[in-house]
Write a new protein. Structure first.
Length: 207
């Protein structure tokens, strides 16, 4: 049986770097095409490795998606903890965390991959992992950010609205539909330019 090797540029990387390369590509692919629509072949092409290499490293599309999901949750938690470790004076923690969350829009696939997990709650593996990550976020906001439960609900609701606007590409309607203009301006007053720039950017993932 022949062995499966990564391309030359990946084979020179450390194992953890190769894994991160594929997870970064998978995040973009799952975010763009959804869990059902994405394939390990698309992930491999986005990462510049072979499809058998992806399967060899992660085992299956489901296991790869679960690692993408864990990576997204870890990224959110580490981003928020960085804010809590060095807060700005005279600015509410809620506002600072909200800004940090919107900054993650630059990694469009990260937030959209989370959305994919949220609608797969009935899947035994993905649903359980999504709930675990969401509750870890709740726990961090309660115990570390010291938010009251009502504050947490409001904060998470705002994040879900942002995810939904990004997922629907509502920015496509910004200049032509006054309702979309009003909604986006109200939802993202400080980060509107960021959202519009992301909406205008072409997909970096080949079909």
């Amino acid at each position: 049986m022949s062995s499966v090797n990564a391309p030359e540029h990946a084979s020179r990387m450390k194992s953890e770097d190769r894994r991160e390369l594929i997870l970064e590509a998978a995040t973009a692919v799952f975010g763009e095409f959804g869990y059902v629509g994405a394939t390990t072949d698309q992930v491999a092409r986005a990462a510049g490795v072979s499809q058998p290499y992806v399967v060899r490293m992660f085992g299956s599309k489901e296991k790869l998606f679960l690692e993408v999901l864990d990576r997204a949750h870890d990224r959110l938690l580490s981003t928020f903890r960085a804010v809590l470790a060095a807060p700005e004076p005279d600015v509410s923690i809620s506002t600072q965390l909200g800004r940090a969350y919107v900054d993650l829009l630059a990694d469009r696939g990260l937030l959209l991959s989370l959305m994919q997990a949220f609608v797969l709650g009935s899947d035994p593996a993905i649903g359980a992992r999504a709930r675990r990550g969401f509750l870890a976020m709740y726990e961090m906001l309660r115990d570390e950010a010291k938010f009251e439960p009502v504050e947490i609900s409001q904060f998470l609701a705002g994040g879900m609205l942002i995810n939904t606007l990004v997922g629907m590409r509502m920015s496509d309607e910004f200049e032509s539909n006054p309702l979309a203009t009003e909604l986006l301006t109200t939802a993202l007053p400080e980060k509107l330019d960021c959202l519009l720039d992301i909406g205008r950017a072409p997909s970096s993932v080949a079909p």
